[in-house]
Each structure stands twice: as C-alpha cells, then as structure tokens.
Design a protein around this ligand. Structure first.
Ligand SMILES: [Zn+2]
Ligand SMILES: [Zn+2]
Length: 299
C-alpha cells in the first residue's frame, strides 16, 4: 500500500473544506498503527517484491506543517516518508496554492460581492457566497472544476474573485517548505523528496509539450537543489481524468523510475507509472484499517 497525506495541522474539520488536513495526534495514531500492520519502507522501495505486507507513507504539496508537525513524529517512530514537492513553490515567498487562496476569497468574511460569476476553463459558475454553507458549496463546486484544468484556469478564476472580494494575499497556515528546508529533509536517511511537477496542473488538461515540461523541468529543478535527480513523481490530483496514458509515457521518458496516482488500490500488479495511493482523510484508526484491508489480497 502507499498512503497519501497532505497537511498535518491542528485545524478543525469545519475549517478544512478541501479535506486536506489530518491533525497531528491522529497522524501519530495512524503511523503507530501502520507500523504494527506493515513493514514500512520508502516509496521508492515499494515496487520491489515483498514477502510481508508492506506500505509507504507519502506527503504531497510540501506544506511547512509537514516539517513542523509530521517530521518530528516520523523521526520518533522511525517511519520513512517521501515528500512530493511542487518545484515552482520553491521560489522565495511563493503565491498560495489556488485552493488555499480560494479558501480566503470564498470563505473568509469581508468586503465585496457575495454573488460572483467565475469562468473556469470552459465552464462558467455563478457562486453564491452569501452564507457559510452556500460558500462551502461554491468552494467545492469550483475546486472540482479547477482540478481538471491547467494552472492558467485557476489563475483566471482567482483574478475574478480577487477583483470582487479583496483579501490578504497570504497567511501562516498555508506556508510551504523553503528550498533550503526541502534540501535538509532530503539529506535525512529516513526521508526522500520526489517531484510533484512545476505548477500542480492536471497534466491531462495541458498540451503535450507543456505537460512534458512539467515533468522534466521540475526534475531538473530538484536535481539542481538536491544534487541528485528525484526518482519518483506524483501526478497532481492524480485521479482518473487528471492524468492519462501519455503522461505515464512522458514520466518514464523524463527519467523517473515510478509515478504515483491518487487512485486507491494495492501496489502489487500495478504499472510502475501508475502506482495507486490511498488518500487518507481525518479517519479513526478503525477507518484506516478498513481502507488498507479493503485492497489487501485475500490470503
Ligand atoms: Zn492562506
Ligand atoms: Zn498535490
């Protein structure tokens, strides 16, 4: 199995409309349980044949809370982990990811219009931001559309919203790891760094040449930083539809040894350029157990 986490932070469920956060205490319980159930290996080793049930822990998007909250627990428990990093977010003071920015623009109280018409790629959405519940729905609707588009569509939608509802440009909780922090992580034997492309676009939505560059340029950027090219890549969004067969071929040509999706399933028997991962939510240990056993081959 490969498990996928995003943010590890003390955030209430009500303030996590995208379902991206697992609180640190729950993360500790997950890691402790996984260590009991599986041999935990780095993601780069998960494709090799294993005699015993084996799992790998991965964290996507390179949030600073990974370093502040997850890393101390992983060190303490001796759990290997792979961090999939968005290369363009390594610049100093990167803009927030669109889904984080969207949280501010759609959900944060403040001045501006509470009905906004937004163009997202080929879709036009009428967002009702008058109440908290309608705004949460608007957040989810617009996110679902933008996840299937290239980065440009998200920038366009955010620009419209910024004009209608100005909000502060950044906040502490959405901060990402700096280049220096990523390099320090990669130097620890327990941890690996992989590519999560340059801009976090759905590769399937991009012209072929651009999607190839997402894979090659991010690999080069991380190679320049780490002194060694990353062996692994995780497709942004990673769902059926966000990534297609040609992207897998391009990941291989770019020099990666394996590529990871967000489609749940067992690793055994999966193609090296479409390795399944289980996206873990704010689950109890029992729910985690149900998720990992659902895909385990019957003895
Ligand atoms: Zn923010
Ligand atoms: Zn991601």
């Amino acid at each position: 199995m490969v498990l996928l986490y995003h943010r590890i932070a003390d955030v209430d469920q009500a303030d996590d409309p995208g379902g991206m956060v697992v609180p640190p205490e729950l993360f500790r319980q997950h890691m402790t349980a996984l260590r009991d159930w599986f041999d935990l290996v780095p993601a780069r080793e998960v494709l090799a044949p294993h005699e015993r049930p084996t799992a790998a822990v991965t964290l996507d998007d390179g949030y600073l809370d990974n370093l502040e909250q997850a890393v101390p627990l992983l060190r303490q428990l001796g759990v290997p982990a792979t961090f999939f990093i968005v290369a363009d977010a390594l610049q100093p003071d990167p803009p927030e990811y669109w889904w984080d920015r969207l949280e501010h623009l759609v959900l944060e109280p403040g001045p501006g219009a509470d009905r906004v018409r937004v163009t997202a790629g080929r879709r036009v959405l009428e967002l009702d931001l008058a109440t908290r519940s309608s705004a949460v729905q608007a957040y989810r609707d617009l996110s679902a559309v933008l996840q299937r588009q290239g980065h440009g569509a998200a920038v366009q939608a955010l620009t419209t919203l910024e004009a209608a509802r100005p909000r502060p440009q950044s906040c502490a909780r959405h901060r990402r790891l700096s280049a220096e922090q990523v390099r320090a992580l990669a130097e620890e034997p327990l941890f690996d760094v992989g590519s999560h492309t340059c801009t976090h676009s759905a590769l399937a939505a991009l012209p072929r040449q651009v999607s190839r560059e997402e894979l090659t340029r991010s690999r080069q950027r991380l190679a320049d930083l780490l002194g060694e090219a990353p062996e692994l890549v995780a497709y942004p969004y990673g769902s059926v539809g966000a990534v297609v067969r040609r992207n897998a071929g391009d990941a291989r040509s770019a020099g990666y040894r394996a590529a990871f999706t967000n489609v749940a399933g067992p690793v055994e028997g999966s193609p090296a350029y479409a390795v399944p991962r289980i996206t873990v939510g704010r689950w109890s240990v029992e729910q985690l157990h149900a998720a990992v056993t659902a895909f385990r081959r019957p003895e």
